[in-house]
Design a protein around this ligand. Structure first.
Ligand code: SF4
Length: 316
């Protein structure tokens, strides 16, 4: 947890061993990071060079790549769960347990609660209405308790940094577990991820090493392994509310961080005869939705793309 990030940038990691000598390795970086020069993709490459991980990967072959934003708002950020004809369950409802980087248990449990409500509704001859029974069942479920117990971990982490923040979060979880009490009550999240960047002029530029092609790789060849291939003439699924903002605001203020936070290299600042322009290589998008969350001008909207273009995660 934490490495190779600094104390004020949250993150964690996982390694799953599976099948015949396969290994799935992942790196989580909290999108409330402050430095606009930071690249989550490059931090992941650095992470793989840790002396504990490197020997695990040496001699291996990279066979897949993907990226995804995960909802870490937790207990304080659970939205209304039902709407006419539908319900939000699992990670779509933000049920991931942040300190455990784990959401499958709550995804399955909430799906079962929703299924019970569906069966009840169908038995009563209802359809297309709100499954209020699911919302009520969630509030008295183990999923609710699980999220409530860890609700202050991320807010404390954001306020105090990795070492003191996680220590305080651990203390808070133990007090909640043993005595059902938190000295912090329920802390709010500090600010939206898009509003957490500092200005480029106040930030430390980061120079990442070139990939070695053995343990570390570039984005272009990684995206190729995601099995993403959108038709170039499909409707644009990455929409700018104001097309001028990337160059007029984001570039001078934040050195246009989309060039770095996108794990697929979709966004580029391209030089041309009369200055620069903002280029969107939408066909490379792996649909992580980071741009929709992190753009400091709140200017990018990801919409559902035309189907069938990937990513295709084989063996997952
Ligand atoms: S364009 Fe946006 S949604 Fe697509 S890969 Fe890049 S950051 Fe993720």
């Amino acid at each position: 947890m934490g490495w190779p990030l600094d104390n004020h940038t949250g993150g964690g990691s996982f390694v799953y061993h599976w099948g015949e000598r396969y290994c799935a390795i992942g790196f989580v970086l909290h999108l409330d990071y402050a430095n606009p020069y930071l690249s989550p993709f490059e931090e992941f490459q650095r992470f793989k060079l840790h002396p504990f991980l490197r020997p695990m990967l040496e001699g291996g072959k990279r066979i897949g790549y993907g990226a995804r934003a995960i909802s870490e708002g937790g207990f304080q950020a659970v939205p209304e769960l039902v709407f006419p004809g539908g319900a939000l369950i699992g990670c779509g409802a933000g049920f991931m347990n942040v300190p455990r980087i784990k959401g499958t248990h709550n995804a399955m449990a909430s799906a079962m609660l929703a299924a019970d409500a569906v069966v009840e509704a169908l038995a009563a001859g209802r359809s297309g209405d709100r499954l209020e029974a699911y919302e009520a069942a969630f509030r008295s479920s183990a999923v609710y308790d699980d999220l409530k117990r860890v609700r202050n971990v991320k807010p404390l982490w954001s306020r105090f940094g990795t070492i003191p923040g996680v220590a305080l979060g651990g203390l808070d979880m133990w007090l909640g577990q043993l005595f059902g009490f938190s000295p912090f009550g329920t802390l709010s999240h500090v600010k939206a991820d898009a509003d957490s960047l500092t200005r480029a002029r106040d930030s430390r530029a980061i120079s990442y090493p070139k990939p070695d092609g053995i343990i570390t790789f570039d984005r272009t060849s990684s995206v190729f392994l995601s099995g993403t291939n959108h038709a170039e003439d499909q409707p644009v699924h990455l929409r700018l509310t104001d097309p001028s903002l990337p160059v007029s605001v984001n570039l001078p203020e934040y050195d246009e961080p989309a060039q770095r936070y996108c794990p697929a290299g979709v966004y580029e600042i391209v030089a041309q005869a009369d200055g620069v322009r903002f280029q969107i290589n939408a066909q490379n998008c792996v649909h992580c939705k980071t741009c929709d969350i992190k753009d400091p001008s709140h200017n990018i909207t990801w919409v559902t793309p035309e189907g069938g273009g990937g990513p295709r995660y084989s063996n997952m």
